[in-house]
Structures are given as C-alpha cells and as structure tokens.
Design a protein around this ligand. Structure first.
Ligand code: NAP
Length: 287
C-alpha cells in the first residue's frame, strides 16, 4: 500500500515559510510582494483559479490586483496592460491566466511579461535558464512537484524519472527540473511507441497528459513513486487524475492523490515565485 503525498499539507507548511519570509522582507525593506492577475473572458475554471490566488495572496500578507477584462479585449489592449504592469513598482509578479480567447496569441502575451516578473516561469528567458541549470523563475507545477518529492525525502539523484507529457507548462519543465537534480530522464508523449516498457522502467513516474485514469498498474514498476499532475472529470463528473489511483495504490511506494496532490502545490509555488521576484526587486541575491 503506497504512502500518500499530501499536497495540501505540504502546501500549508510551505505557505508558513512564505508568510514568515514575506513579513521579514517587509520589515527589512518596506516592500510588500505584489501579484497582478489578468483574466480575460468568463471561463468558470479560470475564475476559480484567480479567486484562489487572490485568497492565497491575502493569507500570505501579499498585495494582489486583479484585471478581469471582457472577452472582446484586443491583443494590443492586453499587451499594453502587461507593459504598464511591467513598470509598476508595487507589482512583482504578473500572471496571465490561460487559456486566452482565440484571437489573442498566448506566445505574444507570455513574451511581453518582463522575465523578472514572470512568476509562471513561462517566458523563454526563464525556460532557457532552467534548461541551462541557471537560477530563474521556475514554472509552478514542476517546482511544486520537486518540493513535494523533497518534503517526503524521495531521492531524485541518479533515479530514472519518466515524464509522460511534453507540454511547455508541465512536461518539459518537469523533465528539466529532474535533470537538474541529476536524475536520468525519459520524456514520453502521444507519438511514443510502446509506452508500457518505458513507464514500467520508471523509479519516479510523473504523468501530465490530461487523460482520465490512463495509467494502470501494469504500467508501473513495483515500488515506483507516482506523481499525478492530471486534473480531469470522469464520466460521472468526478475529478480524477491521469493515474488510476485505486488500481496502482498497492504497487506504488508513494502516490499523489487528485485532488489534493500536485494542484495545491502549484498555487503555493506561484506565491513562492512572487516572493522571490520581490526579494530580487529588493536587491537580494537568488537563493
Ligand atoms: P497538454 O498541453 O494537453 O499536453 C498533454 C501532453 O500529454 C502532450 O505532450 C501529449 O502528447 C501527451 N499525451 C496526451 N495523451 C497521452 C497518452 N495517452 N500517452 C502519452 N502521452 C500523452 O496538457 P498539460 O497542460 O500539460 O496538462 C496535462 C494535465 O495536467 C491536464 O489534466 C491538466 O488539467 C493538468 N494540469 C494540472 C496542473 C496542476 O496544478 N495539478 C497544472 C497544469 C496542468 P503530444 O505532445 O504528442 O500531443
């Protein structure tokens, strides 16, 4: 029976550290970390994410601003708002909530955010730094996965990590984070032939594909650590991951639940990055 990696608990503990460091930064420099969230249109899931981020900012003593813009907002209007926030001294992190309406190119929006305020870690300057093993702002979900594994003292060094999924926001940066920790990394995706021998070779299996309960027990090695990034609704409307939790739970050594695993860590690492961006603004060195 696997041990559960409790993302809510780890997120709460990490939040305590963020609260302490935010207070310390304010007392030392007068700077209050500030996060601006831009939401275009009325996607209900995005509205919930932005609301959760605002509440979390409040709990951590951070300043937050929300820009809820109508669906018909033009690309130029968005880019000019990002420009204003780039030079706003009370804002240290800018988050452009994805997905954007189809008439706006997300790549342009991501690139417009100043790399020092790019708390999502999506700007090519930050993803490039991550690949080169240099300090920078690391994408929140992979960063949260690393924190979660460290919390449970799971060794990454020298292990075979298989990442299923190669998106720019999860799969690729997760692979880079693991490589920087001296893991041997394999990335699999939809075009991968014969997936099963690859996933069963994993000491640590990270799954981010968006396919409900796709990973079954035949696809995992005995004692593997399984990190399930997926957030999906099954046919009954229940939130499930990309891993069949009940099926693999006897085989895995550690396992993240959905909900309550990687999800809570993502939002916490967004606050962590906002704090880090504010510390750098204050002239602190990268930790
Ligand atoms: P995405 O952009 O749709 O990418 C999915 C990736 O998975 C693609 O690389 C795709 O391969 C690959 N893939 C899909 N089905 C596969 C299969 N059956 N076998 C092997 N590879 C497969 O998705 P994403 O944005 O990375 O998100 C993935 C999941 O994580 C979603 O459920 C999303 O809701 C969730 N998510 C959760 C969090 C969190 O905080 N917990 C954060 C972000 C995302 P190709 O490249 O070949 O198409």
């Amino acid at each position: 029976m696997s041990k559960i990696m409790d993302g809510r608990k780890v997120a709460q503990d990490t939040e305590k550290e963020i609260i302490r460091k935010t207070k310390e930064l304010k007392e030392r420099t007068g700077i209050v970390p500030g996060l601006a969230s831009i939401l275009i249109g009325n996607d209900p899931a995005s509205e919930i994410y932005v609301r959760n981020k605002r509440t979390a900012c409040g709990r951590c003593g951070m300043h937050s601003e929300e820009y809820n813009l109508p669906e018909e907002t033009t690309e130029n209007e968005l880019l000019s708002l990002i420009n204003q926030l780039n030079i706003n001294k009370s804002i240290h992190g800018i988050l452009v909530q994805l997905p954007l309406p189809l008439h706006i190119d997300p790549t342009k929006a991501i690139r417009k955010v100043s790399p020092v305020k790019d708390v999502d870690g999506f700007h090519p300057e930050n993803t490039g730094k991550l690949l080169q093993g240099e300090p920078g702002l690391v994408s929140c979900t992979p960063y949260g996965i690393e924190k979660l594994l460290d919390y449970y003292n799971i060794e990454i060094y020298g292990k075979h990590v298989v990442v299923v999924g190669r998106s720019n926001i999860v799969g690729k940066p997760a692979a880079a984070v693991m490589l920087n920790r001296d893991a041997t990394v394999t990335i699999a995706h939809l075009e991968t032939e014969n997936l099963r021998p690859i996933t069963t070779a994993a000491d640590i299996l990270i799954v981010a594909i968006g396919d409900p309960q796709f990973i079954k027990k035949e696809m995992v090695k005995d004692g593997a650590v399984i990190v399930d990034v997926g957030i999906n609704r099954n046919e009954t409307g229940k939130i499930v991951g990309d891993v069949d939790f009940e099926d693999v739970k006897e085989k895995a050594s550690y396992l993240t639940p959905v909900p309550g695993g990687v999800g809570p860590m993502t939002i916490t690492m967004l606050l962590w990055n906002t704090l880090k961006a504010a510390e750098i603004f204050a002239g602190d060195k990268y930790p």
